[in-house]
Design a protein around this ligand. Structure first.
Ligand code: HEC
Ligand code: HEC
Ligand code: HEC
Ligand code: HEC
Length: 298
């Protein structure tokens, strides 16, 4: 009887050993697969990678990957935040031809490129384009005096200066890279932002509820995070209405809007209240609510 028990124990030990070896093999295989995704060296489509990762493994173009999700592609989400953002910034960041580093405009006139020629996903974008120039306090055709974008595709120029980017947040932490949601047509509401900025969390608003933070009813449009923290500041063309949302995220008070010489309509409060409250009254509302400079930031 005791022998039986011993034999059973031995058998159990053997089975456990075999299982352990299997686990190690599976983990090693998965680690190899993800590591090989990172060792990209050449890319030829907009967002993914195509070419040879190593002598043995060919990576397929994004179009083939869409049909066959098991095919190998460069996966931005497995890179560091800077490489990850650059995939989007190749298009969503205003720029100048990289050759202007060593040449002047008249030397490349007629051949200047408005896109990062030769850039491939996974490469350092700084080697392929210069960000559109900006100096704090000086308005340009692309930026207001505080660096907020006046046009579309300035998301990257603003974003790289935001506190979010400094803390390693990336475009695809908010935007699904395949559907691009949230967009104006498909806005997912406050849920996305409360994931990080929940009331009571370390980086949440300092008040303990939505209504105490926004001073609007919870179901009011005036309680939507994006309406105050991503106001519409940019136009697609010179004459089109303001439709492009800022990606700087910090709140701009009516006084600051005036100080930065931005149109009143770019102010979050005024955008909704232009028919019932003036910029001066809105500034006073904020002061009454204790929402101006409460942290002694600007
Ligand atoms: C090859 C260029 C290119 C790349 C790369 C690219 N985009 Fe875009 N994106 C565009 C263009 C062009 C449009 C449509 C015009 C516009 O709104 O600028 C657009 C539109 C969008 C929109 C608005 C969609 C809508 O329906 O309103 C979002 C959001 C967006 N892109 C996010 C991203 C994110 C996030 C990434 C990186 C994962 C990215 N894009 C990468 C070129 C690009
Ligand atoms: C904190 C979340 C968040 C992050 C991070 C973020 N976005 Fe957005 N983005 C949004 C929201 C929300 C909208 C649209 C809201 C709406 O119009 O209802 C938007 C809109 C856009 C649009 C459409 C432009 C328009 O018409 O307003 C583009 C393009 C875009 N984002 C690109 C980017 C890129 C590129 C990055 C990274 C550099 C980025 N976003 C990072 C939340 C984010
Ligand atoms: C009605 C406008 C309004 C809405 C809507 C709004 N905020 Fe704010 N938010 C502000 C103002 C004003 C400040 C204070 C700015 C300052 O003093 O620097 C602020 C500041 C913050 C801060 C910085 C910390 C703090 O408490 O000041 C965070 C985080 C924040 N908001 C998150 C959110 C989130 C998340 C949402 C959506 C659930 C949201 N906000 C909706 C106006 C708004
Ligand atoms: C997206 C639109 C929107 C934004 C942005 C917005 N509001 Fe409102 N606001 C409303 C609506 C709608 C109401 C009506 C009451 C409600 O829904 O809570 C309102 C009500 C108010 C009221 C009460 C008015 C009354 O007569 O009782 C004040 C004061 C106010 N808002 C000030 C502000 C200030 C200051 C800001 C900027 C921090 C702001 N609002 C941003 C839409 C907005």
């Amino acid at each position: 009887m005791e022998d039986d028990i011993c034999n059973q124990e031995e058998a159990l030990k053997k089975i456990l050993k075999i299982l352990l070896v299997c686990c190690v093999i599976i983990v090693a295989f998965l680690a190899y697969k993800s590591a090989s995704k990172l060792s990209t060296s050449k890319a030829r489509d907009g967002c993914h990678f195509t070419g040879y990762m190593s002598k043995q493994v060919r990576v397929e173009p994004g179009s083939k990957h869409a049909k066959d999700p098991d095919s190998q592609v460069y996966v931005a989400s497995m890179s560091d935040p800077i490489r990850q953002n650059e995939v989007c910034l190749q298009c969503h960041m205003r720029n100048r031809d990289i050759r202007l580093k060593d040449h002047n405009m008249s030397e490349i006139y007629g051949d200047a490129k408005d896109y990062p020629y030769g850039y491939e996903a996974g490469m350092p974008l700084v080697e392929y384009k210069l960000p559109a120039p900006f100096t704090m306090g000086h308005e340009t055709k692309e930026f207001y005096t505080n660096g907020v974008g006046k046009k579309n595709r300035t998301q990257g120029n603003e974003f790289v200066n935001s506190i979010k980017a400094k803390h390693g947040i990336t475009c695809i932490n908010c935007h699904d890279p395949h559907t691009l949601a949230p967009t104006a047509q498909n806005n997912t509401g406050n849920k996305l932002y409360l994931k990080c900025h929940g009331f009571g969390s370390v980086i949440g608003p300092h008040q303990d509820s939505l209504e105490k933070h926004t001073h609007h009813k919870a179901d009011s449009k005036g309680s939507l995070c994006v309406e105050c923290h991503m106001p519409k500041t940019g136009r697609h063309t010179g004459k089109s209405p303001l439709t492009v949302r800022s990606h700087m995220f910090g709140f701009v008070t009516p006084n600051k809007t005036r100080k930065y010489k931005m149109p009143d309509e770019t102010n979050a409060c005024f955008a909704c209240h232009k028919h019932d409250r003036s910029m001066e009254v809105l500034q006073k509302d904020l002061q009454k609510w204790g929402m101006v400079d409460w942290t002694h930031r600007n």
